[in-house]
Write a protein that binds this ligand. Structure first.
Ligand SMILES: *Cc1c(COP(=O)(O)O)cnc(C)c1O
Length: 433
């Protein structure tokens, strides 16, 4: 399949190019030239395992460039943990996406991308340097996905003092091919530095750069797998299904919309945000006004100018058409915390702050939509990753998985840089040229 730039539909590239370059030079984003129609799978009772389903979808997008065996290997390496619909109460489910190695849903995208790159790079001589701006979870998922992969360096930029202790440890305690840069600034500054480097012709002529943010289309493709899988797991398919997605850069929502277009019968999406409400405002007023991000307790969603809106508008063309499939609301910190505690007390179920924002979106939706429907909220991180927020909310101590405990005992290794492109530029050339 070919992938075009949202800024210029007539220039398209193959999957390998979209994957390795990350972003077209015209500052657009890559999109698949068509979305395959897989509605047959969802309209009948076919029993497919998560891996079989993923293989089927992946082959549609990358089947021309990689052999069936290669794709099978990729799927086996990245879809090797479960994503169950946890039944909280009648018709209410948490799609738990946090059972991967870094305990957040970004493991899906990161591992798929890393394994695809690994397959292509096997016969190339030049090293690839992957730049990742992270507001918390992306960096560790990507770093883990690529850890030890020959020929690939991963350079993570994260905002100093704005990620949780656990997140910081996950970002800064890997060695080998993983480099952590602590930037004196916020997430948007990190993202700006990365974008600037990609568009900088001079640096691109000296070292080979690639991206792993949700701007890389290879991150989005595997995220459609779990929507499809989750839908197939639902017991009552005769009632409508609504999915609430806790959104920051809106990659997860974009993947959901792609899944819907493939034929997964999801009737409505709710794009739930924290106080960073650029998109909910867009839905309200019809005008899109990016702003600086605000720091919240659901920090992986602290984004003031979500990049994937570009893709969503490319798919839908107008806000009116988008409103048919999606609604979007913003929620404040108090509601987010209160819900963590009430779900814990009433249902003995612990959710992290991001997941709580998703559930708030569903609850709001149910206030005006009274018919029966499957209500699924996406559980994007394990609550243990945000114990500093969760513990006080529940007046108890969340049990940390072993993986997290081990990371916490390791020593942080990072390089502190100012929010200054020249400093970043010099660092890249002196370290990787
Ligand atoms: C990244 C992240 C989100 C936001 O996902 P987007 O695809 O950027 O909208 C939500 N929750 C958690 C835990 C995350 O790490």
């Amino acid at each position: 399949m070919k992938f075009y730039s949202t800024k210029n539909k007539s220039s398209s590239v193959d999957f390998q190019t979209a994957l390795i370059t990350g972003m077209p030079q015209d500052n657009g984003l890559y999109m698949p030239e068509y979305i395959p129609d897989l509605s047959k799978i969802f309209n009948q009772e076919v029993k497919l395992t998560f891996q079989e389903l993923s293989l089927l979808i992946a082959s549609e997008f990358i089947g021309k460039e990689l052999s069936k065996n290669q794709i099978q290997n990729i799927i086996e390496c990245c879809i090797n943990f479960d994503s169950p619909n946890y039944n909280v109460s009648k018709d209410l489910y948490c799609l738990e996406l946090f059972h991967g190695p870094t305990l957040a849903f970004k493991d899906f995208g990161a591992r798929f991308m890393a394994n695809c790159m690994g397959s292509f790079i096997a016969n190339s001589k030049r090293e690839i340097n992957i730049l990742v701006a992270t507001s918390g979870d992306t960096g560790s998922a990507v770093a883990n996905g690529f850890y030890g992969v020959e020929g690939i360096n991963v350079i993570i930029l994260y905002p100093s003092g704005k990620v949780s202790d656990i997140q910081e440890k996950q970002l800064t305690t890997l060695d080998k091919n993983i480099y952590a840069l602590e930037i004196n600034g916020n997430f948007d500054d990190c993202q700006r530095l990365v974008k600037k480097a990609f568009l900088d012709k001079e640096i691109n002529s000296k070292i080979k750069l690639s991206s792993a943010n949700s701007i890389n289309i290879a991150r989005l493709i595997p995220q459609s797998f779990y929507y499809a899988h989750s839908y197939l797991q639902l017991e009552n398919k005769h009632i409508p299904s609504v999915y609430s997605v806790p959104s920051g850069n809106f990659g997860n929502l974009t993947a959901g919309l792609i899944a819907k277009k493939m034929g997964v019968p999801i009737n409505k999406f709710i794009a739930s945000t924290n106080l960073n409400d650029v998109v909910p405002k867009f839905f309200d007023t019809g005008s899109y006004n990016p702003k600086e991000s605000i720091q919240t307790i659901s920090n992986a969603m602290d984004v003031g100018n979500p990049s994937n809106i570009e893709r969503i508008m490319d798919m839908y063309e107008s806000i009116d058409k988008l409103r048919i499939d999606v609604c979007s609301w913003s929620f404040d910190e108090k509601n987010t915390l209160d819900l963590i505690s009430s779900i814990y007390n009433n249902h003995n179920y612990l959710i992290d702050p991001h997941t709580s924002v998703a559930l708030l979106g569903l609850l709001k939706y149910k206030q005006s939509y009274i018919d029966r429907c499957n209500q699924v909220f996406l559980g994007t991180a394990h609550p243990g990753k945000f114990s500093d927020v969760v513990n006080p909310a529940i007046n108890d101590t969340v049990k940390l998985p072993e993986r997290l405990k081990r990371v916490l005992s390791l020593e942080k290794k990072s390089i502190l840089l100012n929010n200054n492109y020249n400093e970043f530029y010099d660092y890249l050339l002196t370290t990787f040229q």
